[in-house]
Design a protein around this ligand. Structure first.
Ligand code: FES
Length: 492
């Protein structure tokens, strides 16, 4: 009997990304049963997997955790442990399932033994006793096969049970997305931290924008909320994702933004959390939004920053949408009044107005092609957001970051290096250029990239930097078969 688990759960069990298992299915190495896989097949494919053998997923989780740290800070560790009610409810659910499975096995063995008695009676009067003997042996073998898995250790099954106590799985039926709710975090927090663009507004139980329909499974309220459901919504099992956690694995219908057009324009008054001059001409600005008015955006988008009478400045967001209260910007030194304020006067707790998001320099989530990100200096900012988002989503089979920079090293060189060390599917290269206005040097600058791929027709390419540089880069790559439809760019 197959022991089916979702692809996400199987990936978590063996410490691989979901994409890596998907590739095995695509390459016909692993069989899929309507999106699920058999634990026996997984055990055969990864015979050496131990419960603690999870280094790849841990590396990945470290990166996701870094992205989330700004949002949850010290609370993160606490959030990952289920509270006692959730723990008890999850254990209860697993125990029920276990008892049910045990009684089914008992009944099955009883049934087979009744069949054996019938066979034995028939064989006494039969002219072909050998046939009945063979049948009897076949049934004995079948009983052994049912009993052996109960007696022999099943590390993946044990690990699966442990995982289900610590984290429940959410399957969004209308989009097919899946994610885990660790500990007692809300379904909304868990979905956003997985990189999904779930619908929400206040995050606080007031607006009702995060409502979803529970199709199966059990949820629990994490806080009371002011939003009132209609009688018809109550009958259809509607609930608020921002105010509930998942007790068991659940299936829901929930709205997600399909494109930048689904994200409303927001106006938020945020506070300066930290402004750090990371190099002579780059300043990293971290803003914090109010808890009840966070910024909803898609990775790669921009916002307009303003303060008092200063001329507003449109900038790409450098942080991940999974961290919607802590927004980061990389501000180049320039003549813009906002830049002058940021470099010379800014103080912690200053109020800054954010309006947005704008722009469509966002990941193509329908494509799982390898991705090449090309950044010119602070053109890296939206690419940082896109990379964090792609890693959180386990989106691409391969990511190549090519950072063209003035100065000795890119200003976030160490972080990019750490990504390369931690992720098997991430490559980081940087190339220095001397004159950020001279497009002639670009042919040489892209030499090593072109030598590596020669044909770019099946790559999704994202380019961000000064307009002239972006245009020339596009021309060079088009000469090497890049597909215009798979190229996105943002000019600064
Ligand atoms: S986001 Fe407003 S009620 Fe959940």
């Amino acid at each position: 009997m197959p022991r089916l688990v979702s692809l996400s759960r199987a990936a978590k069990l063996v410490g691989l990304s979901r994409g890596a298992l998907q590739k095995r299915i695509h390459d016909l190495e692993l069989q899929s049963f309507e999106g699920q896989v058999d634990l026996d097949d997984i055990e055969k494919m990864f015979p050496d997997v131990e419960i603690e053998d999870n280094h790849i997923i841990e590396d990945l989780e470290k990166i996701v955790e870094q992205a989330l740290k700004r949002a949850h800070g010290a609370k993160l560790a606490k959030l990952l442990a289920p509270d006692s009610y959730t723990l008890a409810a999850r254990l209860h659910s697993i125990t029920k399932e276990h008892a049910h499975a045990k009684s089914q096995v008992k009944e099955l063995i009883g049934l087979l033994s009744d069949v054996q008695t019938q066979i034995s009676d028939l064989s006494k009067t039969s002219d072909t006793p050998i046939f009945f003997e063979d049948l009897n042996n076949f049934i004995n073998d079948s009983i052994d096969k049912i009993q052996v898995p109960i007696l022999k250790p099943a590390p993946l099954l044990e690990k699966d049970n442990l995982l289900r106590v610590m984290a429940a799985q959410v399957h969004i039926k209308n989009t097919g997305h899946e994610f885990f709710v660790d500990g007692s975090t809300t379904i909304l927090e868990a979905g956003l931290s997985t990189g999904l663009a779930m619908n929400y507004g206040c995050s606080n139980g007031n607006c009702g924008k995060c409502k979803a329909k529970l199709i199966s499974g059990e949820i629990k309220k994490t806080r009371p909320h002011d939003f009132v459901f209609s009688e018809s919504e109550k009958l259809q099992n509607y609930f608020l994702c921002c105010s509930n956690t998942a007790i068991t694995d659940i299936e829901i219908d929930a709205e997600e933004a399909g494109s930048e057009k689904d994200i409303p324009t927001q106006t938020i008054s945020a506070k300066v959390k930290k402004a750090t001059r990371i190099s002579d001409d780059v300043l990293i600005l971290n803003l914090k939004t109010p808890r009840t008015k966070r910024l909803r955006f898609i990775a790669g988008q921009n916002v307009i920053l303003s303060r008092g009478d200063l001329a507003p400045l449109e900038l790409p967001i450098a942080s991940c949408p999974c961290d919607d209260m802590n927004i980061q910007f990389h501000i180049p030194q320039s003549d813009a009044p906002f830049s002058a304020y940021a470099y010379e006067e800014i103080k912690n707790s200053d109020s800054i107005h954010i309006k947005g998001p704008t722009g469509s320099f966002i990941l193509d989530e329908n494509s799982d092609n390898a991705i090449i990100f090309i950044a010119f200096d602070t053109g890296y900012a939206p690419i940082n957001s896109l990379i964090e988002h792609a890693v959180t989503l386990e989106h691409a089979e391969f990511i190549h970051l090519y950072w063209v920079h003035t100065g000795e090293k890119p200003y976030m060189h160490n972080q990019c290096h750490a990504w390369e060390d931690a992720l098997d599917n991430f490559k980081y290269q940087h190339v220095q250029y001397n004159d950020p206005t001279d497009t002639e040097q670009l042919t040489d600058i892209f030499n090593s990239l072109i030598n590596e791929y020669s044909d770019f027709s099946d790559k999704n390419i994202y380019i961000c930097g000064a307009k002239k540089m972006v245009k020339k880069t596009q021309e060079i790559l088009l000469d090497h078969n890049a597909d215009k439809k798979l190229m996105k760019h943002q000019s600064l």
